[in-house]
Write a protein that binds this ligand. Structure first.
Ligand code: 3PG
Length: 385
C-alpha cells in the first residue's frame, strides 16, 4: 500500500475545498516567544501548495509547551514571519463552538485558520470517534503533514483520516521525512549510527536492529551510562535507567563504540576525565572530546550517518560534544539524517539549519523518528494508506 502525496491534486481538485491539515506545531514557546520554528518552517511548503491551488486551509495541531500558552503565540508568530506564505491566519480558540462552523463557512479561497491546541480536549488523545467525526465534518479533504506526531494513535492522526476514504493525503514534509528515513533502512556503507539521549527501553531495540546494518554505533547520553555500568565501570552518581535490561549483546558487540573520556560534574565543576576514572560522587554529563575526534576520523570515509539524541545532558547545558559532533556530520561528505529535539537544537546553535542540503536531512521527529526506524512505518502513515 502506498500513501498519496497532496501534490497529485491540482487547482481543479482543490479550488474552494476545505482542507484539514494536521501539522505539528509542538514547538517550544517561552514567555510567548517561539524558540525553534523548524517544524513551522517545514510545513510552509504544504500550506503554500494548497493555498496556491485555491483551497481553504484549516490547520490543527497539539502543543505541549511547558508554559501552557497553547498555539496563540504560534499563530501570532506565523502572522508576523510568514504572512507571504500563509496570509493573515485566523486563530480559533474554541473550535467546538457553533461559531466555528460559521467562521469556516465564511472562509474564502486561500484563507487559513489555526485551531487552539487539540489536546485541550480529551477526545484527541483518546482517539474518540465523536471527536474525530466532528473534526472530519469541518473539511472536504484531509492532509497529514505532521510526521513528528504520526507515532500517536490520536484522533487527528488516525481517527480523522479513517473518515476520509479516498480523500486523505500526505503533506510535502511528511513525504520528505518518509523518503529520507527509508534511506536509513537501506543505507550505503560505511554506515555510522549515533544514538544518544535517555530511555533505554525505547532505544535498546534500535541498537539491536541497527547492529545488523550499521558498521559503527556511537553511544552517548544517559544510554551510555547504562552501558558503562554494564561493562563494569564506576559511573558514580550518573543518571542510569530504572529498569533492568539485558545489555550483554550490546556490551559484547564490537560495533558499539564508547568514549575513552567523559565530562563529569565534580564539585559543581565540569571536568574531563578518562572513562575509567569516574569517582563515586561524579555524575557523567557528556561524552569527552576524544569521542568527537573519533567520529571525525570515521565520518570522513563514511557514506551514511544516522543520528538521534544528544551526547550530553543538553538541558543542563552540557552541549559541547553534541554541537561538536553536529559540526563533524555537516562537514563530512556523508549522506546524513539527524533528528530529535536536542540534536536539532544543537544544529540551530551552530547556525547550520540553513545548511540543510542534499547531503543532510533534518527530521522534525523525535519519538516518531525512532519508531519509524524500528517499525518502518507509523500509525499516522498507515492511516493514509
Ligand atoms: C514531539 O514533540 O515529539 C511530537 O510533537 C509529539 O509530541 P508528544 O510526544 O507530546 O506526543
Amino acid at each position: 500500500m502506498t500513501i498519496t502525496p497532496i501534490t497529485v491534486l491540482q487547482e481543479s481538485d482543490l479550488r474552494d475545498k476545505k482542507v484539514l491539515i494536521r501539522v505539528d506545531f509542538n514547538v517550544q514557546v517561552y514567555e510567548g516567544r517561539i524558540l525553534d520554528d523548524l517544524r513551522i518552517r517545514k510545513t510552509l511548503e504544504t500550506i503554500v501548495y494548497v493555498r496556491g491551488k485555491g483551497a481553504k486551509v484549516i490547520l490543527v495541531s497539539h502543543n505541549e509547551s511547558k508554559d501552557g500558552t497553547g498555539l496563540l503565540p504560534v499563530c501570532e508568530y506565523i502572522n508576523e514571519m510568514y504572512k507571504n506564505e500563509c496570509g493573515q491566519v485566523t486563530f480559533i480558540s474554541d473550535f467546538m463552538a457553533e461559531s466555528t462552523k460559521e467562521t469556516i463557512a465564511s472562509m474564502n479561497s486561500g484563507d487559513v485558520i489555526l485551531f487552539e491546541n487539540l489536546r485541550v480536549l480529551p477526545g484527541e488523545k483518546a482517539n474518540d470517534v465523536e471527536f474525530s467525526k466532528y473534526l472530519a465534518s469541518l473539511a472536504d479533504l484531509y492532509v497529514n503533514d505532521a510526521f513528528a506526531v504520526s507515532h500517536r494513535k490520536h484522533a487527528s492522526v488516525v481517527g480523522v483520516p479513517a473518515l476520509f476514504p479516498g480523500k486523505k493525503y500526505a503533506g510535502i514534509q511528511l513525504m520528505k521525512e518518509v523518503d529520507a528515513l527509508k534511506k536509513a533502512l537501506k543505507p550505503s556503507h560505511p554506515f555510522i549510527f549515533i544514538l544518544g539521549g535517555a530511555k533505554f527501553e525505547t532505544k535498546l531495540p534500535l541498537i539491536q536492529k541497527f547492529s545488523e546494518t550499521a558498521d559503527m554505533i556511537f553511544l552517548g547520553g544517559a544510554l551510555l551510562n547504562d552501558v558503562l555500568k554494564a561493562k563494569g565501570f564506576d559511573v558514580g552518581m550518573s543518571l542510569v535507567s530504572a529498569g533492568e535490561f539485558d545489555l550483554s549483546g550490546v556490551i559484547s558487540n564490537p560495533k558499539v563504540l564508547i568514549p575513552t573520556d567523559v565530562v563529569v560534574e565534580r564539585g559543581g565543576q565540569a571536568v574531563i576525565v578518562p572513562v575509567n576514572e569516574v569517582l563515586t560522587n561524579d555524575a557523567i554529563m557528556d561524552v569527552g572530546p576524544s569521542f568527537t575526534s573519533m567520529l571525525k576520523q570515521h565520518a570522513e570515509s563514511s557514506q551514511f550517518i544516522l543520528w538521534n539524541g544528544p551526547m550530553g545532558n543538553y538541558e543542563k547545558g552540557y552541549k559541547d560534544q553534541t554541537i561538536g559532533m553536529a559540526k563533524v556530520v555537516f562537514e563530512s561528505k556523508a549522506q546524513a539524517l539527524l533528528g530529535g529535539g536536542d540534536t536539532t537544537a544543537a544544529i540551530k546553535e551552530l547556525g547550520y539549519e540553513e545548511k540543510e542540503s542534499e547531503h543532510v536531512f533534518i527530521s522534525t521527529g523525535g519519538g516518531a523518528m525512532l519508531e519509524f526506524l524500528q517499525y518502518e512505518t507509523l500509525p499516522g502513515i498507515l492511516a493514509l494508506e
